[in-house]
Design a protein around this ligand. Structure first.
Ligand code: 13P
Length: 256
């Protein structure tokens, strides 16, 4: 990680947790941050629970420094969109971040780059931070198209008006999500460097060098330190390991 950027360790809880589990997990994450703070921790901790837990987790982490995020949102402020949640509702419940374009949404809900970009812009409009996810599939990597796919997705999904303050990019190779397979630090850094160069092209030196790029895909206490040691890896978007507060804290401890 380069000077001027601060690590972001984000837990994507996905569709996991009932009230009791969610509260307990949030409480333990807050406790671990309190411990780490004694050592002037170089990272921010973010939890992104499912919608149903946002209210109770918000209460649990109030004034602890742990940040709250959601996993998706609708593009509109309000209206006739049954089952959807607007960015303003998320902000109202205490969210500061919203993940958009996760590969599971791209697959399960057929979200393409244009929708992802519109969602990211809606997040910015509501004065929150968008975490824009991109990443290639195994077929695309094996065909030698990983860089081209990530370039294309980034160009198509990056919100207009992206800055270091309002946007985070998450590189999540689809083949590494929930599979136990992880991109090697070199493989991840190679893509992150490409993303960095594209960001600089899109938004200029200062903002492009300031935007944090997270790695996601089977990140865990064993592999975190090496991944987070790469020059363009500014944090992690953690799935499975974020459901255990000790593992989540151990990943964060890899930030140096
Ligand atoms: P895993 O850490 O479970 O592989 O999930 C990564 C992810 O998709 C985070 O958004």
């Amino acid at each position: 990680m380069a000077k001027g950027r601060r690590f972001l360790i984000a837990g994507n809880w996905k569709m996991n947790g009932l009230k009791k589990d969610g509260r307990a997990l949030a409480k333990s994450v807050a406790k671990s941050l309190k411990k780490a703070k004694g050592k002037k921790q170089p990272f921010d901790l973010l939890v992104c629970p499912p919608y149903t837990l946002l209210g109770s987790v918000a209460k649990e982490i109030k004034d602890t420094g742990v940040k709250l995020g959601a996993q998706d949102c609708h593009v509109a402020e309000k209206g006739a969109h049954t089952g959807d949640i607007s960015p303003y509702m998320l902000k109202d419940v205490g969210c500061q971040y919203v993940i958009v374009g996760h590969s599971e949404r791209r697959t399960d809900h057929r979200e393409g780059d244009a929708v992802v970009k519109a969602k990211a812009e809606a997040v910015l409009e509501a004065d929150m931070i968008a975490i824009v996810c991109i990443g290639e599939t195994l077929v695309q990597r094996e065909a030698g198209r990983a860089m081209a796919v990530n370039r294309r997705q980034l160009k198509g999904s990056l919100p207009t008006g992206a800055t270091a303050k309002n946007t985070v990019v998450a590189y999540e190779p689809v083949w590494a999500i929930g599979t136990g397979l992880t991109a090697s630090p070199e493989q991840a850094q190679e893509v992150h460097a490409v993303i960095r160069a594209e960001l600089v092209k899109a938004v200029g030196e200062d903002e492009g060098n300031g935007i944090r790029i997270l790695y996601g895909g089977s990140m865990n206490p064993k592999n975190a330190k090496e991944l987070l040691g790469q020059p363009d890896i500014d944090g992690g978007l953690i799935g499975g390991a974020a459901l255990n507060a000790d593992d989540f804290a151990a990943v964060a401890a890899g930030c140096k």
